[in-house]
Design a protein around this ligand. Structure first.
Ligand code: FVH
Length: 292
């Protein structure tokens, strides 16, 4: 069972990799670090990490290897030549990616005797090692995850989401989709309110309360409708939303704003009503997003 004395290697010292390695060092783990641009190891070495000259040297320093690069293409490029060094070790990949990329990397790892765990970080670097952060994990070898769970908990709370290696990325992208949707709405709202010279700071309390309240209502209500396939509503149906939505697009144009973020939503509402779902609530859109 790993303890605070169990060695860990971190490959990739961008903003996130540096935060991860720093947390491990602070928790007392002997931490070996490697980065393509070697100068980035300096601050971590000053904290007590051991810089390695090559990725291979770094991998061979610990049974648990954490990698966090820009993309999974970068992970493949870096690790494909290091499969021998990785054999028999546990590789935790915290690089953002897709479910299919995770499954492909897991298959490659299995073929080379490497235990592969995929992860999705639900935090920005400043949140690492704070109670606000958590990391999603998935992989075929749950026992390996459990064996290293105490070490991984140093980085953030852990959420195991299943044995399909693609599930961490799936959950990660679904959660981030919700965030980007909210961020897109906030951007358009500030652009609209700002088009009349109203400062964003003045409008922010109204917007924050409204978005928080709608989130608390819409997220669970939509889940219930989707899982029961019951979309009829007596509150806010698609026919009404479709009729109102041109006002949004017209107002954006009149206020000198681009419609790019929200114009596609009109198309989806139009299709929903044309296909006979006018009496349904917005939850119906979930079914209409599936490709034929
Ligand atoms: N930062 C954030 O807020 C988010 C939070 C959620 C998770 N993401 C994902 O984490 C991955 C890394 O993000 P990052 O913030 O650390 O990114 P950078 O600061 O840009 O650092 C990128 C590191 O990747 C190295 N790298 C890139 N390509 C290669 C390669 N072909 N071979 C070896 N290393 C490579 C790069 O090295 P260098 O440029 O310093 O030499 C950095 O160490 C990412 O998937 C986010 O989506 C972060």
């Amino acid at each position: 069972m790993p303890s605070t004395s169990s060695p860990v290697t971190v490959l990739g010292l961008g903003l996130m990799g540096t935060a991860l390695a720093s947390a491990l060092v602070k928790a007392g783990h002997p931490t070996t670090v490697w980065n393509r641009t070697a100068a980035k190891t300096g601050p971590l070495a000053a904290q007590g990490a051991t810089p390695a000259d090559t990725a291979k040297d770094a991998i061979e320093a610990a049974p648990l290897v954490i990698v966090c690069l820009t993309t999974n293409d970068d992970v493949r490029t870096l690790l494909a030549p290091e499969s021998e060094a990785l054999a028999g070790r546990t590789l935790v990949n915290l690089t953002n990616g897709t479910p299919s990329q995770a499954r492909e990397l897991a298959a490659w790892a299995e073929a080379h005797g490497i235990t592969y765990i995929d992860g999705g970080i639900m935090a920005v670097p400043q949140m690492i090692a704070t109670p606000a952060a958590y990391i999603l994990y998935s992989g075929t070898d749950e026992a390996a995850f459990e064996a290293h769970r105490a070490t991984l908990t140093v980085l953030a709370a852990t959420k195991w989401v299943g044995k399909d290696p693609g599930l961490a990325a799936l959950h990660d992208l679904a959660l981030l989709t919700g965030m980007y949707g909210m961020a897109a709405g906030v951007a358009q709202a500030y652009a609209l309110i700002g088009s009349e010279g109203i400062p964003a700071r003045e409008f922010a309390p109204l917007l924050e309360d409204w978005v928080a309240g709608m989130t608390h209502a819409i997220v669970p209500e939509t889940a219930e409708a989707v899982d029961t396939d019951q979309h009829l509503t007596d509150v806010s149906n698609l026919a009404m939303n479709r009729a109102a939505f041109p006002n949004f697009l017209q107002a954006y144009a009149e206020q000198g704003l681009r419609p790019d973020l929200f114009a596609p939503f009109q198309g989806l509402l139009d299709r929903a009503v044309e296909e006979g779902y006018g009496a349904d609530g917005l939850s119906r859109l979930v079914t209409l997003l599936k490709q034929d």
